[in-house]
Design a protein around this ligand. Structure first.
Ligand code: GRG
Length: 298
């Protein structure tokens, strides 16, 4: 098996395990409130690469963390990711009709239900992290809660989304774009890598090193998204393409050119890999994940 196919098969297998955990964590409920749970399940099940759970599990594997723990952390991060997609697709934000090859949540349900489903996915993630099934040590659980809160909030994803919504008026250059994307997308990608080290009881220095890997691979991942918006089709990506150019949005492609953006993504993947040096062969899947992020087509 080549390294890349080993990565793809690990990604698929962790996605399958994550889907089963999410299914168990989000059971349908009867009564009128059941509609929001139905929308949460629509948003969180059936679809998505599950890259963030993969990173949480593969990073945890470096430190011998039981899968039962790392899969719950991966599922919690995925809930936050799914909430961000549901809200990002709303008319008040990106106004998208298609996500993961299906109608977005506000199209399949309605806007109010989509807002509530996103809110409930976000809060449910913290219920999962704070439960003893996630880790027997309350200090570790508190550290995970703090990590996810920081990554998702105004100092992370929400802050990045705010900059993005204002970006038209900010005339961002490539380094301004990198900051935006580190906040908007990178923090939530990096948190899975950091969480693996936290679950494994590692020092702050190791948590930082894993986070640096995650941030760089996350930026490569985002640049590949900009490239796909120019080169990809909706059939390949499962969402509308060509939107950035149509909206006149600053992207890595508009700032660096198509080849410049691809080269930057590749060099970030190399930098990401340089943070894994201490783990030798054990980090093979994470190295491949960085390459995938820089060169992906979906
Ligand atoms: C609404 C608070 C709030 C934040 C939204 C992350 C985000 C912030 C919006 C997503 C917008 C977007 C399409 C960004 C491009 C990169 C990205 C995060 C793509 C989606 O992630 P994937 O490719 O998706 O991991 P799947 O469907 O595979 O999970």
């Amino acid at each position: 098996m080549t390294n890349t196919s080993a990565f793809k098969s690990a990604l698929a297998s962790i996605a399958g395990e994550t889907n089963a955990v999410l299914d168990r964590l989000l059971p349908p409920v009867p009564g009128p409130e059941g509609r929001v749970v139905e929308a949460m399940r629509y948003a969180a099940l059936d679809g998505g690469k599950r890259l963030r759970p993969f990173l949480a599990v593969a990073s945890s594997d470096l430190f011998g963390v039981p899968r039962a723990h790392s899969l719950r952390v991966g599922a919690a991060i995925e809930m936050v990711h799914c909430y961000s997609l549901v809200h990002d697709d709303l008319p008040a934000m990106d106004d998208d009709d298609l996500r993961r090859g299906r109608p977005t949540v506000h199209k399949a349900f309605d806007e109010a239900t989509a807002i509530l489903a996103g809110d409930a996915l976000l809060t449910e993630a913290f219920t999962v992290l704070s439960a003893p099934e996630t880790h027997p040590d309350g200090n570790v659980r508190a550290a995970l809660v703090a990590e996810l809160a920081r990554a998702a909030g105004a100092a992370g994803m929400v802050g990045g989304q705010m900059i993005d919504l204002r970006a038209g008026g900010l005339a961002l250059d490539a380094s301004g774009l990198a900051r935006l994307q580190n906040l908007k997308t990178g923090c939530l990608i990096a948190i899975g890598c950091r969480a693996g080290a936290v679950l494994g009881g590692q020092s702050a220095a190791v948590v930082e090193e894993m986070g640096a890997y995650g941030l760089k691979m996350g930026l490569a991942f985002q640049i590949a998204d900009d490239v796909m918006d120019v080169e990809g089709s909706a059939a390949e990506t499962g969402k509308a393409t060509g939107k950035d150019a149509a909206a006149g949005k600053a992207t890595f492609v508009s700032r660096l050119g198509l080849e410049g953006a691809k080269n930057y993504a590749r060099s970030l993947a190399d930098e990401a890999v340089s943070h894994l040096g201490a783990f030798g062969e054990k980090a093979g899947l994470l190295r491949e994940a960085a390459v995938f992020s820089a060169t992906r087509r979906s």
